[in-house]
Design a protein around this ligand. Sequence first.
Ligand SMILES: *Cc1c(COP(=O)(O)O)cnc(C)c1O
Length: 380
Amino acid sequence: MAPLQMVDLKRQYLKIKPQIDAAIANVIDTTAFINGPDVKLFAQELQDYLQVKHVIPCANGTDAIQIALMALGLKPGDEVITPSFTYIATVEVVALLGLKPVFVEVDEATFTMTPESLKAAITPETKAIIPVHLYGQSAAMKEILDIAAEHNIPVIEDTAQAIGGTYTFPDGTKKMNGTMGAIGTTSFFPSKNLGCYGDGGAIFTNDDVLAEKLYMIANHGQKVKYYHDMVGCNSRLDTIQAAILRIKLRELDGYCDTRRAVADYYDNAFANHANIITPKRASYSHHVYHQYTLQLDNVNRDKVQEKLTERGIPSMIYYPVPSHKQKMFDGMDVEQVELATTDYLNKRVISLPIHTEMTEEEMQFITRNFIEVVNELTAN
Ligand SMILES: *Cc1c(COP(=O)(O)O)cnc(C)c1O
């Protein structure tokens, strides 16, 4: 068995190598490196896939959130509600723009923003809400959208970890993650479910006015070349990355299915173990398992990781420090919040390898050893 990795991009590449190599060669051959035809074609294909009116490609998933916030025309000091239990990018751009992050709690079982804590955090200063579809699972969008609508606050969905996943509303309507709020954002970082071979990102919206603004902000505030109507930034998706993404988008549903199959295997293997709590699948969410993140109960997590490493099994903690406790917010106008569930989860979560190329042998090896290690550490 080859060394285990959290994500195996090499094996994935080898399966689509001829198409990828040809697509890259074609971009180089035509030297259409910036805003080449593949960028527009990819945006159109992603629009069709997501059933959304506009896709604006950009340089990465962090820029995507930044540009989304800029398009809402917020003023310094406006409050933006986000979970603390997320990758730092979600929160960092809020602070970068001089806006005030207001951290709210996540659900203990689904790891996503709770409607109750969102409701409690809303003030007259709240000007945006950013739910995160963490680990590949949709946030509780019906409740979040209802609360947002009641206060007329736009929702930006951070879909960096959940592209390809869907949310089902109580009336049975199904929507792709990232297409329910005013704006959706995603990342094409190589390890994401739809990853390119470098950096990339995109912004989605069904709103024509917002779409134009988003496009302009990502392109130096211009609609017509050299005429700059607003302060924007320079955030483009490279043509080479777009060409790669066109090929990988065709594989995305298959990639999501294989990730779900790994999660099924793990769930079965760990079912009913007293110290292993498998991730919950919310009934409204088609979970696409960007991560397989479980909780350890009454086991020393550091020791588990140590013993897994000895056995050649990688594991990760996403994320070791919650956003509201990061030093970057020291001295900043961030409310001192108590987030008991976030702190609790931060000490309990551990993520196991999950990717599109896992073999039965690898899954068997990982689950057998994981259970052995947990049993050893809880034996007395
Ligand atoms: C990866 C990620 C981002 C940022 O994406 P980049 O392309 O790395 O900038 C934002 N939010 C979440 C939840 C992510 O996982």
